[in-house]
Ligand binder design. Structure first.
Ligand code: NAD
Ligand code: UDP
Length: 318
């Protein structure tokens, strides 16, 4: 198979490229490096089955030759990133998704859309099944990301129904692991970076808000199963391991062997209070459930961050 991964030089995209190559398929990473970096796929550059194309998918684009699958992962994903790039985020969710779907249509390829648990907004149903429509504020600061992904889902389904494109939608819940940018602003990279530097660990609000955290290897396995399947989705992909941000911060401080104090900062506007996937669909349709114990995954992630130069790999757009 030849698999195009948009956002292939990002955190999740780079792990997907790696796994696609490891199973003997070809990977074409397409990226404009606005939040990702060529450094994330540097170790793949010598592989004959790997290609990296610098492209902005919000502009029309094509990929020469055969394409069997498109994994559409291009989009800023951290709240700090998408608040810094609101228009770019809306464009990549809308126009970028349109162009990825056009590529899939032209090549007769399957497209898997990386949607998000953010389509549920600040949920009033807990845990969240795919049948829940969500509670999103379109004019709040997170609206640029949430609504872009909601539009992307609608467009993806329309291409399936109107043009017969073989599409699948996954709603990804908070995923972590090596190659997150230490300064990308998300909770786990922030907590790890701060703990390793011996700085105060910044928990927002009173830290009672929860997230359910999944290790990247489990996530990648689910995405490849979705790529190989024909299901339309949406299918939630995440680890139901739910934890408060206060407890997560304390856990990371302990695992890092740090003496950082925990400090409380202002809670972002519209920050979801709880989040946990109902993974019944993933289990029944993909035969998938997460296996990696979170404590091990946190230890590996801390170890990776410890080996990084301060601030992480360069970011071309900053
Ligand atoms: P990331 O920022 O590390 O990766 C995103 C990649 O997309 C980057 O390499 C970036 O440069 C690229 N990109 C952005 N706009 C682009 C454009 N217009 N053209 C080409 N490339 C572009 O983030 P990530 O955590 O790896 O997230 C990847 C995808 O998964 C995103 O679509 C995100 O919404 C989705 N997702 C991630 C999570 C998570 O917990 N990591 C959760 C839900 C959804
Ligand atoms: N958060 C925090 N300290 C930080 C960064 C984030 O307490 O330094 C909180 C954030 O307010 C949210 C949770 O951690 O309640 C998860 O935030 P993240 O940005 O990782 O993901 P998302 O909000 O997109 O789920």
């Amino acid at each position: 198979m030849r698999v195009v991964v948009t956002g292939g030089a990002g955190f999740l995209g780079s792990h997907l490229c790696e796994k696609v190559l490891a199973r003997g398929d070809e990977a074409v990473a397409v990226d404009n490096f606005c939040t990702g970096s060529p450094a994330n796929v540097e170790h793949l550059r010598h592989e004959e089955s790997f290609q990296l194309l610098e492209l902005d998918v919000s502009e029309p684009f094509t990929v020469e030759g055969q394409v069997d699958a498109v994994l559409h992962f291009a989009s800023p994903a951290s709240p700090v990133d998408y608040l810094r790039m609101p228009i770019e985020t809306l464009k990549v969710g809308s126009l970028g998704t349109l162009h990825a779907l056009e590529l899939a249509q032209a090549k007769g390829a399957r497209l898997v859309l990386a949607s998000t648990s953010e389509v549920y907004g600040d949920p009033e149903v807990h845990p969240q099944p795919e049948t829940y429509w969500g509670n999103v504020n379109p004019v709040g600061p997170r609206g640029v990301y949430d609504e872009a992904k909601r539009f992307a889902e609608a467009l993806t389904l329309a291409y399936r129904q109107s043009h017969g494109v073989n599409t699948g939608i996954v709603r990804i819940f908070n995923t972590f692991g090596p190659r997150m940018r230490p300064n990308d602003g998300r909770a786990i990279p922030n907590f790890v970076r701060q703990a390793l530097a011996g700085e105060p660990v910044t928990v927002s609000g009173d830290g009672s808000q929860t997230r359910s955290i999944c290790y990247v290897d489990d996530l990648v396995e689910a995405i490849l199963r979705m790529m190989d399947a024909e299901h339309a989705g949406p299918i939630n992909i995440g680890n139901p391991h739910e934890i408060s941000m206060k407890d997560l911060a304390a856990w990371i401080v302990r695992l890092a062997g740090s003496s950082s104090p925990i400090t409380f900062i202002e809670r972002p506007v519209d920050d979801p209070t709880v989040r946990r996937p109902d993974t019944t669909r993933a289990e029944s349709l993909l035969g998938w459930e997460p296996h990696v114990p979170i404590e091990d995954a946190l230890k590996w992630t801390i170890g990776w961050f410890r080996d990084q130069p301060l601030g992480g790999p360069p970011l071309s757009a900053q």
